[in-house]
Design a protein around this ligand. Structure first.
Ligand SMILES: [Zn+2]
Length: 237
């Protein structure tokens, strides 16, 4: 095994999200790609997603059974994406925004210190959409600043909105555009692992080739602290 490969094998990525499925639906291709390239990936899911509105199709879950089912689905998704460690904070779904912000940031900062990641991924505290997303993104950003470790912080973004970042007040320099075309099978498998959330989406269950054609070739991330002026998208963390 060559030196560069060994170095690469030591690289670490910490993703801090809110719900089971955030990792697969938003950036499953990128996680699968980095796992395949030797990154040691740790995923934090703040909640177990027990307040999800989708209960299977036809519905077979209820509020009592949902948390365990979604945790199991998340474990299966981690398996297909190559995520090695899964940490569940056990915060009640839809209540992340009501958690003590300082305490939550402290918990994440401890993880950053322990893991010493090269890459931290989370939601943008404003563009995250769902209140749980924004809250975990805000706490992770605060934790990243507090920990003062090496490594870089990136925000996940939805779909291909950041293919034209100027529209949202960002420069191309701040955007990382990851080509995930070789990892779409893993991404589709992760979608299917989250069965109770995807059963209502007929396209997910079409024959593979048709389902795969629904995915974009790229996933986009915003760098928290872009430094170098550049005109084009970067293509790696
Ligand atoms: Zn979510």
């Amino acid at each position: 095994m060559s030196e560069p490969h060994q170095d690469r094998a030591k690289r670490k990525l910490l993703a801090v999200f809110a719900h089971p499925d955030d990792e697969s639906f938003i950036c499953g291709g990128t996680l699968a790609k980095h796992a395949a390239e030797g990154y040691d990936i740790t995923l934090v899911s703040a909640t177990r997603g027990e307040m999800g509105r989708r209960m299977g199709n036809p519905p077979y879950l209820n509020r009592e059974t949902m948390a365990a089912a979604r945790e199991q689905e998340l474990r299966e998704a981690c398996e297909v994406l190559g995520i090695r460690q899964l940490i569940l904070f056990g915060i009640r779904d839809k209540t992340v925004e009501f958690m003590d912000e300082d305490g939550l940031a402290g918990r994440i900062a401890s993880l950053i210190e322990e893991i010493d990641p090269d890459v931290v991924l989370t939601f943008h505290e404003v563009m995250g959409g769902h209140p749980d997303h924004c809250a975990i993104g805000k706490a992770t950003t605060a934790a990243y600043r507090r920990a003062e470790r090496r490594g870089s912080l990136y925000f996940i973004t939805f779909g291909d909105a950041m293919s034209r970042p100027e529209r949202y007040g960002h420069t191309r320099n701040a955007v990382v555009k990851i080509d995930v075309s070789a990892y779409l099978e893993a991404k589709l498998a992760a979608f299917r692992a989250h069965r109770c959330q995807t059963e209502m989406d007929e396209w997910v269950w079409l024959p593979d080739r048709e389902a795969l054609s629904r995915f974009g070739r790229h996933e986009y991330f915003l760098q928290a602290d872009p430094i170098l002026p550049a005109r084009e998208f970067r293509d790696s963390f």
